[in-house]
Each structure stands twice: as C-alpha cells, then as structure tokens.
Write a protein that binds this ligand. Sequence first.
Ligand code: SAH
Ligand code: SF4
Length: 441
Amino acid sequence: MNVYDSEQISKVLKPLQYNMTSSLEKADLIIANTCAIREKAEQKVFSFLGRVAHLKRKKPNLILGVGGCVAQQEGSKILERAPYLDLVFGTHAIGRLPSMIERIDAKKCRIVDVEMPEGIDESVFSAYTDYNRKVTSFVTIMQGCDNYCTYCVVPFVRGREASRSPEKIIGEIRSLVGSGIKEITLLGQNVNSFGKKEGLCSFSKLLSFINEIDGLLRIRFTTSHPKDLSDDLIYAFENPDKLCRHIHLPVQSGSDRILKRMNRKYSRDYYLAKVDKLRNICPDIAITSDFIVGFPGETEDDFNETLDLIKTVQYDDIFAFKYSDRPKVPSALFRHKISEQDKKDRLIELLKSQEYYTKKKNKVLEGSTQSILVEGLSKKKLQTDAKNKHVQWTGRTSTNKIVNFISNNDVSLHNENFLGKMINVRIEKALSHSLQGIRVK
Ligand code: SAH
Ligand code: SF4
C-alpha cells in the first residue's frame, strides 16, 4: 500500500516538474512516506529524518516532508521533534500535495495537513502513468478499514472504509495496461467487503470485469479478511483464468481465546473450513498468512495452538510479527503483556516451524513446468556453466513463487528480451525462498 501511495505522490508532483532521483544529495524535495503498523516501522522515520537533516543545512531551499500513517498519527508533533521539517501530510492529503508544495516554495512556510475527509479523493488516482519497463503494478480499490481489530492502528490512521467505483478502477487498470503493465495487484485492507457500503458490485464481480481487460495477463489481490471470505470469491478460483492461484489469508493466531481478544470475529474451526473449501475448489492454490506472536495474555498453550495451526494448514509461506502496542488501540491497555524475550523466542519458533513447509512446497515443484510472468533480469544477472554464460531472468509463478531461470543453450536466444512475457520454465532446483529453472518451449 505504501509503495502504491509513493507512486501516487510522485505522479501528482510531476506537473510541478519534480522527477524521481535515487540520490538524496541531488533532491530538491525529500518525502518520507511512513508506516505506523508496528513500533519498529515508526522508529525508522525518525532515524531517517536524522540522517537527512544535514542536507537541509547545505541546501536551504530543499523541502523536507513526512507523509503517510505516522504523519497522520502524530501531526504537528513531528514538526516539534524535527524542527527542520517543512511539511507533514496525512494519508488523505496526497491530492492536496501540489498546492502545499507551491505554498512552501512561495512563502517558505511550514504546513501540517492531516485532514481526513470522508470518501475517496479520485484526483490522486487519475494522475497520468509513466511505467517504462515495469511489468506489475498495484491498484488501490478501497481505502481505510472498519474492522477495529484490537491491536491495529489502521482504522485510526487510514480512516473509514471507502471503495472506489468499479469504472474508475477499470479505467486506471486500462491505462496501466496501455503503458505496458501485465499484472496488477488489487489493494484493500479487506477486499471482501468491497463496495458493500456504497452498494457497488461485489468483489468477485469486480474481478470478473477486470478479467475482461485486453492485454492484462494476471490479477492478484490482497488482503482478504477470513471473516468475509465469501463462497463467491472462493468459486472465483474454480476457473481462475487471469486470477492467480494464490490467496493471502491472515489468521493472526491459532487460539480461539486470542482471536476473540483480537476481535477477529472468526474461530479457528471457521478458518480451517475456509482453507478446506479453497483447496477443494482449487487444489494447487497457494495459501499464505500473517501471524502476531506475543499478543497480550497469549499463554504457552495459546501459542502451541498457533504452532499446531501451522502444521494443520501447511502454508506456502507466512509473515510473522512480534506484537507491539500502538497509540489509541484497545490492546495497548490490555493486561498480561508478554516480555520482549518471550515474543522473540516465539517468533523464532514460529518461523522455524513454517520453514519446513515452505521448503516442502517448493520441493514438490522440482521437475514440473511452470508458467512464469517475467519481471526482469534477476539480481544475479549471469549464470555460468562449463560452456556458456547465460543471462538469468526472474519472474513468478501464478502461485507467487519467485523463479530465476536461464534460457536454453541456443545462443540466438541469449539476447532475447523476455520482459513482460509469459514463459514456460522447467523447475530444476528448489531453494528455501525461490526456485531455479530453465526455459522450455
Ligand atoms: N488488513 C489486513 C492486515 C493489514 S496490517 C488483515 O486484516 O489481514 C498487516 C499485518 O500487520 C497484520 O496482518 C498483522 O499481522 C500485523 N500487525 C498489525 N498490527 C500489529 C501490531 N500492533 N503488532 C504487530 N503486528 C501487527
Ligand atoms: Fe487492521 Fe486488517 Fe483488522 Fe482492519 S482488518 S483493523 S487493517 S488488521
């Protein structure tokens, strides 16, 4: 979501002649787009600001700004903590950014804008696109969240849930496809409740409209809240066509007691039934999840139930986080906080128990042929064997596994450009977090 917001920020600033630079020294404007989901993410903002403060002294016309969730949460307090800052703007202020920058340029003033008007500001999304050599892109379909999980800061910093109109979403995707994008990931905190408030079409209907867009090869989405995972959406995986065979279904905990304290509104059994149904409809669907360890009051027994859930589901991969208190959230006031050391130990144990299944899921793909959407050259661009140097490309399977591959020994193919193409790759070797393969016809 933050990557997408940063892209929108750079797009709305284009008309003011701001172009992206990778050099902080060369920049005339530096914006830290921030995340407040965990305390660690928030700490990073202040250490980054500390590192760029000296640039402002060297170049007085440099404009320094902080945007995103920490800006929304802290508002003018950030200006007090970082007196050299010019601008603090919240999650609903991206559309107003150009006029703020113009005012700072003209009047050398400092601005704080953390207004959160209801609804969607479409001006942020309709900016023109400039996506040379990119294959995949995010598209926000809804903002905010109304779920109020007891640990989560999102409803406070991103506001009430609001969905964009299907026409606008489709228009944005068409223009992305026009500039070369082949795969889109639809973004929302709870895509299953898309359009419900506004009386728009259902999420699965939206998927079927997007499926019709010529030139688009793949559709992904995130995140799907288990409580709202409808049969409609599960059946969308029956004949998925452009929809990729992957679902991120954050469970957070395997213990009913903790799920209740988290206000997740589903039970372990309900969750497992959804997983079964998904696998019945689409046997090779990849399932990934998020976990929080050390939620206040989490006992050893609760944690063991989470470990047991990992064994039962056998996820393709997981993200796991140590619980951290956030401002305003109910769980910050819950008693029986877990010590840092216990949280750390539980995190290590959880990740370790998942490691086996991640490897196992990769290993079964050895020898199979997978259809890969090529995203570019791999980090290690060249592979050398006894005879040849091969260019190494990277892409993903429909199930979202990273595949690095080389073309075959036909020299004429070595210089072929695979970027943005669907290529068949035979998987030769499974590594812990990626697969290696060779192109086949
Ligand atoms: N809307 C998504 C989650 C978005 S936040 C959903 O409901 O699934 C991404 C992840 O951050 C969450 O799934 C959760 O695992 C983690 N997270 C959120 N608040 C947290 C907190 N206070 N401490 C630790 N992890 C947290
Ligand atoms: Fe946060 Fe996701 Fe819960 Fe919304 S559904 S409150 S974003 S964890």
